[in-house]
Design a protein around this ligand. Structure first.
Ligand SMILES: NC(=O)N[C@@H](CC(=O)O)C(=O)O
Ligand SMILES: [Zn+2]
Ligand SMILES: [Zn+2]
Length: 430
């Protein structure tokens, strides 16, 4: 199998490359990146003129809902959504039913991912049994079954002693601990950001402090243990500042932010649309600016979707009762291009670093570069293509997006895994 991608703008931050050239893929691996590669018989060719060619996007924070909640999403539909969004790999969060806290569920998710033959699926296993926050899981077994990180995402690990032991123990396996940083005693009962909008709408608030207290605790535990901490969905000014200060001290931590936290504020909740109900909640304008600054200066290392599909029936209830979460795989890239690159907050090298290079490095995954010999996981992006987000066209089963009807620029044209095209944009769908 040979694939020649011709004349694209290749952006590979891992080798400080940003140039218009060709790339040849043989047997699933990048063979060469060079000018004027000669086309040979039996080679498939892609004309990438005017397009961006970069290492495949990797989402380190996806909820796939299988096993147990297949009406919301399956590994197959989630991996198809990922492919359509330009992602060549996703890390699947363990808050399934049952929870991925044992080898059986972890290998099941991994195998489902292999069977789908779409984007790669890397399971994340639970930190504690049942994600109940009490008893640690068997890390060695979980790593053996294919877990690439541990997380109780959806729930914080409220017990600091448990988190301390988890950070200590996973050091042996060089495994990141992904923290859903939320102090439940501060967030309890809240359904949106605590501020002027929650007061006006009469909804109970989740204060920024609920995130910041937990972020600070986890940073202290990471510094004390030397464990590898990755902070999920950072959303407040204070949390960005805490991460920045910790990094200046040399702490072994990384952090991510989600597209909805740089694209929307709590004002979007006005109207009580439950597709704006997400945890952590949509915050203030100042928080959005801090997240954007954090991404542009490198305080935040990763853009991750926190793709959290729910069914229409579950979301079609009063705001207080709806589950938290929104889908993100099929809008993330266009939001990065439209909200960060076009306005000049990020350049393309920074965007690819946040979407591919850093995710691969932090979670120690294949891909993340187009250096010869590496996996041919490649995303080809049309930076100028403008489309209207149409949730009915999502490959995901989830329709819970606050971005439906938005006109956005910058969409994946091709998603390639191991040299195989797993997604190609249909020109009719635009
Ligand atoms: N983000 C969300 O609002 N929901 C996530 C859980 C989580 O990421 O905390 C979910 O699993 O639905
Ligand atoms: Zn979470
Ligand atoms: Zn999540």
């Amino acid at each position: 199998m040979k694939l020649l991608i011709r004349g694209g703008r290749i952006i590979d931050p891992a080798q400080a490359m940003d140039k218009v050239t060709d790339i040849l893929v043989i047997n699933g691996k990048v063979e060469t990146v060079a000018n004027n590669i000669e086309a040979r018989e039996g080679m498939k060719e892609i004309d990438a003129e005017g397009l961006i060619v970069c290492p495949g996007l990797i989402d380190v924070h996806t909820h796939l809902r299988e096993p147990g909640q297949e009406h919301k999403e399956t590994v197959f539909t989630g991996a198809a959504a990922a492919a359509a969004g330009g992602y060549t790999a996703v890390c699947a969060m363990p808050n399934t039913d049952p929870v991925a806290d044992n080898q059986t569920v972890v290998s099941f998710v991994k195998q489902r991912g292999i069977n789908a033959q779409l984007s790669r699926v890397y399971p994340i296993a639970a930190i504690t049994k049942g994600s109940q926050g009490q008893e640690l899981t068997e890390v060695g077994d979980l790593v053996g079954a294919g877990a690439v990180a541990l997380s109780d995402d959806g729930q914080p690990v409220m017990n600091a002693a448990v988190m301390r032991r988890a950070l200590e123990y996973t050091k042996l396996f060089s495994l990141p601990i992904v923290s859903h940083a939320e102090d439940k005693t501060l967030s309890a009962g809240g359904v949106m950001h605590e501020g002027e909008v929650s007061t006006r709408l009469g909804l109970s608030g989740i204060p920024a402090l609920a995130e910041e207290v937990a972020v600070m605790r986890d940073i202290l535990l990471a510094e004390a243990t030397g464990g590898q901490l990755h902070l999920a969905h950072i959303s407040t000014v204070g949390a960005v500042n805490l991460v920045r200060q910790a990094k200046l001290r040399g702490a072994n931590i990384t952090a991510e932010a989600a597209p909805h936290h740089f694209s929307l504020t709590h004002q979007a909740v006005d109207g009580y649309h439950t597709d704006t109900k997400v945890n952590p909640p949509l915050r203030t304008e100042a928080d959005v600016e801090a997240v954007i600054k954090g991404l542009s200066e490198g305080t935040l290392d990763v853009i991750a979707t926190d793709h959290a599909p729910h069914s229409m029936e579950e979301k079609d209830v009063e705001f207080d009762l709806a589950p938290f979460g929104l889908v993100g795989l099929e809008t993330a890239l266009a939001l990065v291009v439209s909200k960060l690159i076009r306005p000049g907050h990020l350049n393309w090298t920074q965007a690819v670093t946040l979407l591919s290079t850093n995710p691969a490095r932090i979670f120690k995954l294949p891909g993340g570069t187009l250096t010869p010999g590496s996996e041919a996981d490649i995303t080809i992006i049309n930076p100028d293509l403008e489309r209207t987000v149409t949730k009915e066209l999502f490959k995901s089963k989830g329709r819970n997006t606050p971005f439906d009807g938005w006109k956005l620029q910058g969409w994946a044209e091709y998603t390639i895994v191991s040299g195989k095209i797993i997604f190609q944009r249909n020109s009719k769908e635009g």
